[in-house]
Write a protein that binds this ligand. Structure first.
Ligand SMILES: Nc1nc2c(ncn2[C@@H]2O[C@H](COP(=O)(O)OP(=O)(O)OP(=O)(O)O)[C@@H](O)[C@H]2O)c(=O)[nH]1
Ligand SMILES: [Mg+2]
Length: 250
C-alpha cells in the first residue's frame, strides 16, 4: 500500500508510477492515519450501521466522521506535520527543488511519471512533500492528492515563455478546487539562473495573480533549484504561514 511508504525506506526517494496494478488513489496524511482510515473494524462498523439502520445511518456516519477528524487533528498537532503538494507543468523543476532542499544530488533527474513522497524535517516541523508529475497526460491525476493539503507549491519555469499561457490556465483551474481553498500558496518562479528568464514580478503579471481570491494566502518567490537561491525564503514563508493557521494555539 502506497500510504505505508515513508522516505526513510527509500534513500533515493520513492518514485511510484501509475499503471493498471497501481492506480492513483487517495493518499492519506501519514502512516498512522493510513491505519486509522483503512481499519477493517471501522469499515465493517460503517457497513453494519448503514445496512441495519438506514434512517439514522447518515447521522451516525456524521458523528463517526467528526470523531475521525478530531483524531486526525490530534495526530497532526502532536507531530507538527504539514502536507505540502508540489505541482506545476512538467519540466518546471519540482523534483529538483525537493532534492535540493533535502541536500540531495540534483545532477541526474528524470521526469516524474507518477509521484514522489519525501518526508523532511524543516525547523520543528515534519513536511510530507508530495511531488506529482506535471506532464499533460497525467495532470488529471493531481486531484487525487488534494485532500488535506496544507501548503500548495506551484512551480513555474520562468524561462519557458512559450508555455506561460498553459501555465496560467492550469494554475487558475487548480485554484477553483474546493479542497485546496484553505491551502497557503507559494509560487516559485524557478530557473532564475537562466538568461532571459522572467522576473517574479513579470511572472506574477503573466499569471494574473492579482485576480486571485482575496482570502487566499499567497506569495511569489524567485528561485533557482540549480543554485538553491530563493528556496529557503519560499519554504520559510510557506511553513510559517501554514503554522500560523494550524498550530496557532502553540
Ligand atoms: N538551469 C536550471 N535548470 C533547472 C532548474 N530547476 C530544474 N532544472 C532542470 O529542469 C529539468 C526538469 O526538472 P525536474 O525537476 O525534473 O522538473 P519537474 O517539474 O519535476 O518535471 P516533471 O516531473 O516532468 O513534472 C531538469 O533537467 C533540471 O535539471 C533551475 O533552477 N535552473
Ligand atoms: Mg518531477
Amino acid at each position: 500500500m502506497v500510504s505505508n511508504l515513508i522516505a526513510d525506506d527509500f534513500p533515493n526517494g520513492p518514485q511510484v508510477k501509475f499503471n493498471d496494478e497501481n492506480p492513483p488513489h487517495h493518499p492519506t496524511h501519514s502512516p498512522q492515519l493510513a491505519s486509522v482510515t483503512h481499519s477493517p473494524i471501522l469499515a465493517s462498523s460503517l457497513a453494519i450501521i448503514a445496512v441495519t439502520n438506514p434512517p439514522s445511518a447518515t447521522r451516525k456516519l456524521g458523528v463517526i466522521t467528526m470523531g475521525l477528524l478530531s483524531i486526525i487533528r490530534k495526530i497532526k498537532r502532536k507531530e507538527k506535520e504539514m502536507r505540502i503538494l508540489m505541482v506545476g507543468l512538467d519540466n518546471s523543476g519540482k523534483t529538483t527543488i525537493v532534492l535540493k532542499i533535502n541536500g540531495e544530488d540534483t545532477s541526474v533527474i528524470s521526469p516524474t511519471l507518477g509521484f514522489n513522497i519525501k518526508t523532511i524535517t524543516y525547523h520543528k516541523y515534519t513536511l510530507n512533500i508530495w511531488d506529482v508529475g506535471g506532464q499533460k497526460t497525467i495532470r488529471s491525476y493531481w486531484r487525487n492528492y488534494f485532500e488535506q493539503t496544507d501548503g500548495l507549491v506551484w512551480v513555474v519555469d520562468s524561462s519557458d515563455l512559450r508555455r506561460l499561457d498553459d501555465c496560467r490556465y492550469e494554475l487558475h483551474n487548480l485554484l477553483k478546487e474546493e479542497r485546496l481553498s484553505g491551502a497557503s500558496l507559494l509560487i516559485f518562479a524557478n530557473k532564475q539562473d537562466i538568461q532571459g528568464a522572467l522576473s517574479p514580478d513579470e511572472i506574477a503579471k503573466v499569471l494574473n495573480l492579482e485576480a486571485m481570491d482575496n482570502s487566499r494566502h499567497w506569495r511569489i518567490v524567485g528561485c533557482s533549484a540549480y543554485t538553491g537561491d530563493g528556496l529557503l525564503e519560499g519554504f520559510d514563508w510557506l511553513v510559517q504561514d501554514v503554522a500560523s493557521r494550524i498550530y496557532m494555539l502553540d
